[in-house]
Design a binder for this molecule. Structure first.
Ligand code: ZN
Length: 386
């Protein structure tokens, strides 16, 4: 019997060695020119002085920019097409007639970005070749034997350049230790598991904060940006370690869907939290996929209020009750930690799907019998009436 090996796509991010920075900075300016041309042209087409308005697609932009490589020293037609495609996709996604300009200079400068197609980047000895220029990257050994799809060179706020490549890898199968876990992504930047474990992610800025403040006072912008980057990396590292441990340990991973109410409560820390939540969810999903786990996202409704032992809604509720970290159920007398209790409720919500309409797709793999199809047919008029 042949078992099909599952494959999945992940992004490799490798730092470019500094000798390539000058070239990339110059290429980024050319990319900005292409982007701004696409922006201006699409805007004109969408709101003309007279005649029919047109919404330009990436294909239209490709035709309009054909031959533009003659005006550029560094980037080729493949990169121009990738910029057009990205522009059209973003414009469609945000439903905007006009996007932001990509500024090449000044304090509001866009961070450099040079996209390319898979064929443009070639291996050559110890380095990589792109647009007639050799680049060397750190951790080159990660590229051995992998086949990449399209990618880009991207600059971070400190000014360093990174090579980002989408690569396809085979999923590894390893046996988990335990059956299922529920995860509550909490308000105070903590993650609690239904087994009582906690990840406190809030302290990454704590010991750096003063350093950042003093660097800013002294006018050392670059130093401050470096410190921000280091805090972000520590946080990412902790999330990676946490998600790796969860995926290695459990077969079924159930994550609470963060509600907009919770987001509204934490307006202050929102940007920090947003990134953390999204990152952890994404990591669990791709690592889970890699290891053949089931990752499920369920509604967080009432998970903080309900008692995980008797299901009575006796827990603290409302904005002013956020300070309550532990509470005692008045129905059954159990004492609960707020976040762990929520994680346990999420776990049980994942085990039995909450809404039963009668015509949902069955979770079992057995083919539908005649009886069940008759049952579904019987339910249809009911649903229409309701
Ligand atoms: Zn109870």
């Amino acid at each position: 019997m042949v078992t099909k090996i599952q494959r999945y796509v992940r992004t490799l991010r490798l730092k470019v060695k500094a000798e390539g920075y000058d070239w990339l900075n110059a290429a980024a300016i050319e990319v900005n020119q292409v982007w701004n041309y696409a922006n201006a042209t699409s805007y004109k087409a969408a709101s003309p002085f007279a005649g029919q308005a047109r919404w330009l697609s990436a294909f239209d932009l490709d035709k309009l920019t054909a031959g533009a490589t003659e005006c550029f020293e560094r980037i080729g037609s493949d990169t121009i097409q990738r910029v057009n495609a990205e522009f059209a996709a973003r414009r469609r996604q945000f439903k905007k007639v006009k996007m932001r300009w990509r500024a090449s200079r000044g304090s509001r400068r866009s961070l450099g970005w040079v996209p390319f197609k898979a064929v443009q980047l070639k291996r050559k000895g110890r380095s990589l070749r792109f647009a007639g220029k050799a680049f060397r990257v750190f951790e080159r050994e990660l590229l051995e034997g992998v086949q990449w799809k399209s990618g880009c060179f991207a600059q971070d706020s400190v000014g360093d350049w990174w090579l980002c490549l989408a690569v396809e890898q085979a999923a590894a199968q390893c046996a988990p230790l335990r059956e299922a876990v529920g995860l509550d992504l909490g308000v105070k930047d903590t993650v609690a598991t239904s087994d009582g474990e906690k990840l406190e992610a809030g302290h990454f800025y704590r010991n750096i904060e003063q350093k950042i403040a003093s660097a800013q006072r002294r006018g050392h912008k670059r130093q401050a940006k470096r410190l921000h980057r280091s805090a972000a990396r520590r946080r990412k590292d902790a999330l990676h370690k946490f998600s790796r441990r969860i995926v290695d340990e459990y077969q079924n991973i159930i994550v609470g869907d963060v509600s907009s109410l919770k987001l509204a409560q934490t307006r202050l820390a929102k940007s920090v939290l947003d990134a953390g939540w999204g990152m952890l969810k994404a990591q669990l999903q791709y690592k889970g996929q890699w290891a053949g786990r089931c990752v499920q996202i369920v509604s967080e409704r009432n998970t903080t209020r309900a008692c995980s032992s008797c299901k009575a809604l006796t827990g603290p509720a409302g904005l002013d009750m956020l300070v309550v970290r532990t509470w005692k159920c008045s129905e059954c007398g159990d004492t609960h930690d707020r976040d762990v209790n929520a994680a346990r409720n999420i776990l049980s919500a994942g085990r039995c799907p909450p809404s039963i309409n009668g015509n949902e797709p069955s979770l079992s793999v057995a083919p539908p019998s005649q009886a069940s199809s008759r049952c579904q047919a019987g339910n249809r008029p009911l649903k229409a009436a309701a």
